[in-house]
Design a protein around this ligand. Sequence first.
Ligand code: NAD
Length: 339
Amino acid sequence: MVVSFDQPTQTWMFIALHDMTLGPAMGGCRMMVYETPEEGLRDAMRLAEGMTYKWATIGFDLGGGKSVLAVPQPVAGDEREGLFERFGALVDSLRGAYACGPDLGTTPHDMSVIGRSTEYVHGVDRSGGEPVDPGPYTALGVFCGIRAALRHVHGDDSLGGRSVLIQGAGDVGYPLGKFVADAGGKVLVSDVDGTKAATLANKTGGTVIPLDASYATHCDVYAPCAVGATLNAETIPQLQCRIVAGSANNQLAHEADADRLHERGILYAPDYVINAGGATALPLLDSGRSTPDEVRERIRRFDKILSAIFNDSAANGVSPLLGAKRAAEKVLEGGKPLR
Ligand code: NAD
């Protein structure tokens, strides 16, 4: 852990480096108001561990890291810029051991401010200085994961005649809906923001589902693309689908919820694998190492990676969550990543 206190904004800055077996750590920078600084510290550590498994599973030579800015209250304007410049200097002092990107509470613009103090930041196209929007890349990864899940469950990955209930028509959910509709699938959408739900439904010829019916509506795939912990002891018994595959981070309220889904015969695509499209895109695009087409090609491999996880976990009688963790641990012990 790297811990620093930013006097001018009274912010605790935490950088958690979980495991650097595969390479230097990379992970987003989250900014939030926590009840106590300890909660921010714990969040950084838990999220950094998730990044270790994410990179190992999708085959990147990167380690697990994450940073948290535990602010006492929301910051804006010059105060915000100053905080991110000083945070950038802290990142820079690690000389490449950790690189950050956007996360909850931080924006691509914040990344460009961090970039004034360090080169170890992602999310800004270095040639044009424009922010890179990870949402459509994440949506592509989720769409590939949905195909892999359909094939595993039905022996056929066609979207024709299949329905996908997208919870959250935001930066990821909206382009995901378009992928589904373009492939011939039926879009069902629910969002706390009724306008967003209606816009996606209109665009795709889909149907808006009332918020209170999100879980109990019949569909082939439930795609949580809004908030975390929507899969829990209360909602899992209501689900009327065979597949859960969406982008939301920490979809499971508890690890035991993976077993609850498994016992109900519902295939779960582990969140940190299926939502890794944006994480894949940022370091490749802004460093100029890959073109957008090459990045999309790499993200399409998530289909094979998730198929391997589904097949291995079925063969071993464990949930895909446990299967993915075992696959990542093998990579960390020197094995080959899933391809
Ligand atoms: P976003 O804020 O653009 O969109 C979220 C949408 O969910 C909004 O339209 C919001 O109105 C809606 N929403 C919020 N609470 C809801 C609820 N209870 N029920 C229904 N709808 C609700 O966010 P995003 O960038 O699309 O990300 C969606 C999820 O995917 C988040 O959990 C995020 O952490 C995760 N994720 C995103 C990316 C990315 O590239 N953007 C990458 C990895 C993971």
